[in-house]
Design a protein around this ligand. Sequence first.
Ligand code: CS2
Ligand code: MG
Length: 403
Amino acid sequence: MKITNAEVFVCSPGRNFVTLKVHTDEGIFGLGDATLNGRELAVRSYLEDHVVPCLIGRDPTQIEDTWHYLYKGAYWRGGPVTMTAIAAVDVALWDIKGKALGTPVYNLLGGKSRTGAMVYGHASGSDIESTVAEVGRYIKMGYRAVRAQCAVPGMSGTYGVGRGDLFYEPAEKGLPPEATWSTESYLEHVPKLFEALRSSYGPDVVHLLHDVHHRLTPIEAARLGKALEPFRLFWLEDPVPAELQEGFRVIRSHTTTPIAVGEVFNTIWDAHVLIREQLIDYIRMSISHGGGISHMRKVAALAELHHVLTGFHGATDLSPVSLAAAVHFDIAVHNFGIQEYMRHTAETDRVFPHTYHFEDGYLYPGEEPGLGVDFDEELAAKFPYERAYLPINRKTDGTLHSW
Ligand code: CS2
Ligand code: MG
């Protein structure tokens, strides 16, 4: 088999997505997600201008070799644009292999270790009362795990707090909006939210999660982790910016609240100290930003040796192609922990028809050969790209803070 062409599509059915379609001389095609929130066009150019010409004529079944060809062959290694582009090619090749062999991708990864992948949904509200009620809605829908985010009094536009019904979109159309941040108010408020949640729903009913979005220092994160211990979180996510992996030692030595990190990581080198020193409990890297299925298998294998479980990023800016790849991986890999699941809009689901489905708190991949996801090019063309960015975040004195 030979790769004959590869096309890149940018569309915006509810939000922006970049999709790679790799064609072969046997008529089989594969899909990959190349979406990088707020930097979509950079990945399109990377693929169209520098990767696609090198793919034509290659054997699509040689996935591992192609991965190294793109990673090592470029000389310039890593970074979100490069690794998202490599991931899109890699995932498309796994899709092609599954279709060529007539088997779902999870089967190529060792087969099922479980029947369904437990997911967590996103509940948020403008105050504690409405957030508690929203968590209740997710419990009624069958979710076994819910992330809870609540607006903090005195802070404008708390990131992670959704505006729509059961739908949360992190990016905003146009240029980046600005929000304010006060660590003092946040640290005061969050334990009250989880106290209210546990007193409403009891200690066992549901797993509770919370995302800090990299906004604390290690000692502040340690304090928050300790304050949350009585409420038994499933995890506390992205407590601090993670470029300094050793920074997590401070958090780890103070609290037993489980820690998750990694949605902005691109390679195993961003996480190896965290994993080897057992400074985290869940690795949040995603297939689409972490170099694809081939590279994430290595991350998961290293994690397995060190008692770290997977907990893949699954926000709405990862397309259904990414989610499908994640669910196949989740079903197969032994040290799976949990899968993030933010529902896509109805337009997105129409552009990307798929076989994965949600039932009773779990996602199931379906039994179609390959990933079980398609791309409706004609419909996608009706939703052109719209500029959109993640918000900028400033402390109350105006200092630019982590997003
Ligand atoms: C969030 C995301 O899902 C999460 O955990 O942190 O909203 C994230 O900020 C976006 O996916 C960034 O593109
Ligand atoms: Mg997050």
